[in-house]
Design a protein around this ligand. Structure first.
Ligand SMILES: NC(=O)c1ccc[n+]([C@@H]2O[C@H](COP(=O)([O-])OP(=O)(O)OC[C@H]3O[C@@H](n4cnc5c(N)ncnc54)[C@H](OP(=O)(O)O)[C@@H]3O)[C@@H](O)[C@H]2O)c1
Length: 275
């Protein structure tokens, strides 16, 4: 397993990659810094095409919250810092309305340097109150994807979609967000929302951060609407494991493009990295 050491120097380089001002290959890096460039570098690049990353933080027994809905500290401090780094690297963060209601998520970047992403809430039935933290006006663009006629606060952009079999099509959601200039998306939860994107074949990567605690009950990280009946048919993505410190990250690639982006030569981390 690779230990990720996100030093200020490595993070500054990653933000420069995001701005298109630097590559990941030049410079002297420790092994941990190199792992950080390996993990975040491909996601920071804007020349590799659109990416959609699902990310979930869960306990050893696969829970994302307690039976009473307490979800604040499932991830350890390094898992949370990772989540904020992911937010800083993408154009937009997508959550389902249940997460917006339960967690009062702000979806801002507070645990590292970097820009706040635009925020998108999928709220087909118009359940989210106007004063929800995700809709707060703090400079980021805010979108609500909905299937009903409902006015939202000034400045919040409504994307109205029709339901098919009672669902909003993740492909339509992605297309409408890309038309708004949001080419890299973090699907931050919850499990229902991530599962819809996964089953639609739209996730480039799925990141599962596991924290060393046992909760014993509560909502599970990911439950697919169409589970595999046999292990032979289970999804088996390409996987890299990273130690973040307090949490372990399983970084899974689902598309050939994602697998290619993992190759060291693709992000320039082979011989030149110690130059
Ligand atoms: N640990 C973590 O990483 C993490 C992250 C996020 C959330 N959480 C926890 O996860 C729980 C909430 O997650 P959840 O899985 O229950 O719900 P969720 O994914 O947050 O929200 C699901 C809801 O969003 C709407 N939705 C999303 N995608 C849709 C689609 N393609 N078509 C139609 N509707 C769509 C539906 O709203 P309607 O019901 O109105 O139809 C659906 O029921 C909370 O306990 C939260 O604390 C944990």
């Amino acid at each position: 397993m690779l230990f990720v050491d996100v030093t200020p120097k490595a993070w500054a380089r990653i933000l420069d990659i995001r701005r298109g001002r630097a590559c990941a290959c030049c410079g002297r890096w420790s092994a941990g810094e190199r792992a950080a460039l390996d993990l975040y570098g491909p996601l920071a690049r804007r020349d590799l095409g659109p990416v959609t990353v699902g990310q979930i933080g869960q306990s050893l027994d696969g829970r994302v919250a307690t039976v009473t809905g307490d979800a604040r500290d499932v991830s350890g401090p390094d898992g949370l810092a990772h989540l904020h780094r992911m937010r800083a690297l993408v154009d937009g963060v997508v959550i389902g309305v249940r997460t917006a209601l339960h967690d009062s998520s702000r979806l801002t970047v507070r645990l590292c340097d970097g820009p706040n992403p635009d925020r998108i809430v999928i709220d087909p039935q118009g359940r989210l109150p106007d004063d929800a933290p995700a809709l707060r006006d703090d400079g980021a663009r805010r979108f609500v994807i909905q299937a009903v006629d409902r006015t939202r606060p000034n400045g919040v952009q409504v994307i109205r979609l029709d339901r098919h079999k009672n669902q909003l099509d993740p492909a339509e959601i992605s297309a409408r967000l890309r038309a708004e200039g949001l080419h890299s998306l973090l699907i931050e939860g919850g499990g229902i929302t991530i599962a819809r994107f996964l089953e639609a074949g739209l996730l480039t990567r799925l990141q599962v951060a596991i924290a060393p605690l046992l909760i014993g009950g509560g909502p599970q990280g990911l439950t697919l609407p169409s589970p595999s009946a046999e292990l032979a048919n289970a999804l088996r993505p390409q996987m890299r494991a990273f130690s973040l410190g307090s949490d372990v990250l399983f970084d899974c690639g689902f598309t050939p493009a994602a697998a290619e982006a993992e190759q060291p030569q693709h992000i320039g981390l082979l011989d030149k990295s110690t130059g």
